[in-house]
Design a protein around this ligand. Structure first.
Ligand code: GLU
Length: 473
């Protein structure tokens, strides 16, 4: 029987859950689900200065919002420091690590000399074989790994292929700092081992660490997990992803009005493919996900593509679901409190009724909120510039007649108001547009809106007639 797959997402809580981290989490989650295994979550909070509770919260919230569920309790790396120390001491006792008493000044000199001579900057192993009796009394040592000095280190990476390092280029890395705190390199290896991680799927900025981590695994006689280093996400022009081009926290995408299912679908296609399929339901994603589908070149972030995908998910969402999404997003928006104050059973019902027309037109929830503004507008409506221009004195006079004709509609719905307006237009030799545009301006304060007869129906008879009255000459 093959061992069950265990993946992990291991963010450092020094910033929010950015888009690259979210994709790494997604890939780990999909792979674990596909293989019937588990995805664990480890918060790498060993950098006490830079780790914050706000960042931890943002990471957990972001994963929850995206629907990426980890298995079991969250593991906090810092709480495992004693175990990390124990492993360093064990390597020391086995002669696989040693105490290094080189002072910071010595190390600086070593680096400068290497640079001046154009050599790679690496620790020269000066305490590797030195007798500890020579140790200076006033220096607190670090513990370094006795890394192999000859031969090569090979990782058969599931994405990058066979990656080979010459060991002469890798130095004896620090496992434990002089203050007794473990380094990232040691902590990751010990945690991955203790957590039973079988597959490490992470950004390829960690590829070089894989070689160093393999040295630690080998020294401990532990099995190295399968590695998959995913190319980073680049901007649309191929350069490093900038804020403007999408290097934002997941919460920013939420506040921009993207749906979690759409963002998840967008992220899965960033660097991974399955034939030419673009749209994946969650179960389809899980079913199709293979590490072999991850490409070797950097994916490019494309806002337009994300928007289109989001529009697709908006149209495919149920109306009630979108009313809920509408309400949920308000807490993140500057205009949120004002709209929240206007949400009640009536406006919710109007929103629900308007939703089929609203969702056809909106690529994001923000666009949807914007086109739903007429529902929440106070009378008399503030008109935008274009709507003001439409409502000339002559048109305002026409509005009075349209109002009278609509007032005769007894059974108020889109079909009946449309019939009344068509009849009016025909009788007065007008095109339907010449009737619809003044109505739109008066009822919504704008010159674009969902279908005007839907707007009439959503507003209801009293409000619609009152709005027309407000603008009629
Ligand atoms: N904590 C590291 C980071 O956020 C990831 C470490 C790993 O995946 O091995 O970049």
């Amino acid at each position: 029987m093959t061992e069950p797959v265990v993946t992990r997402f291991a963010p450092s809580p020094t910033g929010f859950l950015h888009i690259g981290g979210a994709r790494t989490a997604l890939f780990n989650w999909l792979y674990a689900r596909k293989q019937g295994g588990k995805m664990l979550l480890r918060i790498e909070d060993t950098d006490r200065e830079r780790s914050t509770d706000a960042a931890i919260k943002a990471i957990l919230d972001g994963l929850n919002w995206l629907g990426i569920e980890w298995d079991g309790e969250v593991i906090y790396q810092f709480s495992r420091a004693a175990r990390h120390r124990e492993v360093a001491e064990q390597l020391l006792a086995e002669g696989k690590a040693y105490r290094c008493y080189a002072t910071p000044e010595e190390l600086t000199k070593m680096r400068e000399a290497a640079r001046a001579e154009g050599r790679a900057v690496r620790y020269d192993g000066r305490w590797r074989d030195r007798n500890p009796s020579e140790a200076p009394a006033d220096i607190k040592p670090v513990i370094r790994l006795k890394a192999p000095q000859t031969g090569e280190t090979v990782i058969e990476d599931q994405v990058q292929g066979r990656v080979v390092w010459q060991n002469e280029n890798l130095d004896d890395l620090v496992l434990l700092r002089s203050d007794g705190t473990p380094t990232y390199m040691l902590a990751v290896v010990v945690d991955d081992h203790d957590m039973g991680v079988t597959h490490v799927i992470r950004g390829d900025d960690h590829l070089i660490n894989a070689a160093r981590q393999k040295h630690i695994y080998d020294a401990l006689g532990w099995t190295v997990p399968t590695m998959a280093h995913i190319p980073l996400i680049h901007g649309p022009d191929g350069s490093k992803l900038s804020k403007r081009h999408g290097a934002l926290g997941v919460e920013a995408y939420r506040a921009m009005g993207y749906l979690p299912a759409a963002l998840r679908n967008y992220l899965v296609r960033l660097g991974w493919s399955h034939g030419d399929q673009e749209i994946f339901s969650t179960s389809e994603m899980i079913e199709a996900f293979e590490l072999s589908g991850i490409g070797r070149s950097a994916a490019r972030f494309d806002f337009a593509k994300l928007e289109n995908l989001n529009g697709h998910y908006m149209r495919a969402s149920g109306d009630a679901e979108l009313v809920k999404a509408f309400e949920d997003i308000l807490q993140f928006l500057p205009q949120g409190p004002a709209l929240q104050a206007k949400l009640n059973d009536t406006t919710r019902a109007q929103l629900l009724q308007a939703m089929p027309g609203l969702k056809e037109r909106a690529k994001t929830l923000l666009e949807l909120i914007d086109s739903a503004a007429y529902i929440f507008a106070d009378r008399p409506l503030a008109l935008d510039a274009k709507a003001s221009a439409v409502l000339t004195p002559q048109v305002r006079a026409l509005l009075g007649e349209l109002r009278s004709s609509l007032a005769n509609v007894t059974d108020w719905n889109a079909a009946n108001t449309e019939a009344a307006m068509r009849a009016y237009a025909e009788k007065n030799n007008l095109k339907l547009g010449a009737v619809a545009q003044p109505l739109r301006a008066a009822l919504t304060g704008r010159t674009t809106s969902p279908g005007i007869f839907d707007v009439l129906a959503v507003l209801g008879r009293d409000d619609a007639l009152a709005r027309l009255q407000d603008q009629a000459a």
